[in-house]
Design a protein around this ligand. Sequence first.
Ligand code: FES
Length: 150
Amino acid sequence: MAEFNVTINGEKRRLEVDPNTPLLWVLRDHLNLPGTKYGCGVAQCGACTVHLNGNAVRSCQLPISAVADNEITTIEGLSENGDHPVQKAWLEHDVPQCGYCQAGQIMSAAALLKNNPSPSDEDIENGMNGNICRCGTYTRIKAAIKSASD
Ligand code: FES
């Protein structure tokens, strides 16, 4: 066990956990933030995507010791009232089917648009290609990202 300081969704938190604990489990089991999902556990599906200092990362493969003293944002902290432009576009385009991967999809899309506010189709495909959706909502995901872009 070791102590870590992290800033989660703008709030400073102090934790005592095993240094090898993946951020995903710290979020879900220690901080009661279940919006970030477990899919594959090996950084291949994107369900566990959060922001680390504003960039999309896979929380299932990031030990807490590697992210201490950094700023982490989860789907719960992306906006005050679910009104981030990507979240609004998701509603407009009725994107989710089962919904399981969607927090990760939204976090990846928000990071993509922050770094590239006017992405081409190719930019969207490249930026989102690590986020898998078993329901195949890719067409709606792309349309929503397009409509949230400048
Ligand atoms: Fe982390 Fe699949 S659960 S990428």
